[in-house]
Design a protein around this ligand. Structure first.
Ligand code: DQA
Length: 156
């Protein structure tokens, strides 16, 4: 029987509103890296970690909720940057809690160094953990943390 520790993991990467503009959007805050470049980095990292990532971006809350529901039975983990919905969306939080798929929350910017309205996350209480402030590296660190968590679950 194959060692579950090394089975291929399937992971959903979800990008929320305005992240399609990365590269041109407030580069002083979010850097110059584009969303495509982030997804490519994650694909390369995932390969080394014996995982496969499926990335989706939407500016629409309901589409993100649907994507989370569709992850059931398809993906073992979720890496999410919910963008501004982090701070507003009970629906996204409830969807993640509802499917109970281990989730890591990431942010490019350090949300705690910014405006007070960004300091609260509806997702953080139901996530395994949160990585914030490292630019595109936040996603890469988040992916590593998610895979590490899932492998630990595998081996008990
Ligand atoms: C963000 C932080 C959010 O406050 C903001 O609304 C975003 C991006 C980040 O990655 O730093 O859209 O999630």
């Amino acid at each position: 029987m194959s060692n579950p520790n090394w089975s291929l993991l399937s992971l959903l990467v979800l990008h929320g509103p305005n992240l399609n503009l990365l590269g041109r959007r407030e580069p002083g805050i979010y850097g110059s890296v584009t969303l495509d470049e982030i997804n490519q980095l994650l694909e390369q990292d995932a390969q080394k970690l014996q995982a496969k990532v499926f990335a989706r971006q939407s500016n629409h809350e309901g589409i993100l909720v649907d994507a989370i529901h569709e992850a059931l039975g398809q993906h073992q983990g979720i890496l999410i940057n919910a963008g501004a919905y982090t701070h507003t969306s009970v629906a996204l939080r409830d969807a993640l809690a509802g499917v109970a798929i281990p989730t890591v929350e990431v942010h490019l910017s350090n949300i705690y160094q910014r405006e007070a309205f960004r300091h609260h996350s509806y997702i953080a209480p139901i996530a395994i953990g949160q990585i914030s402030g490292f630019g595109a590296e936040s996603y890469r660190l988040g992916l590593q943390a998610l895979v590490h968590h899932l492998r630990k679950l595998d081996t008990g």
